[in-house]
Design a protein around this ligand. Structure first.
Ligand SMILES: [Zn+2]
Length: 55
């Protein structure tokens, strides 16, 4: 897992999964949320989370 940051500076935890070599997906958590509950948008600014939009 990696710690990345939203555009607003909110820290986001990113986990990469690979079921097969060409089949990747990512999951996102935010600090302080219940572990295991993933998020699709930043709870701080509402920005949709994607690996391309995170720094
Ligand atoms: Zn944000």
């Amino acid at each position: 897992m990696q710690e990345r940051y939203c555009k607003c500076g909110n820290p986001v935890i990113v986990q990469y999964h690979s079921k097969r070599s060409e089949d990747w997906f990512t999951r996102f958590w935010v600090m302080g949320s219940t572990f295991g509950k993933t998020v699709k948008a930043c709870p701080h600014c509402g920005n949709p989370l994607s690996i391309d939009s995170l720094k």
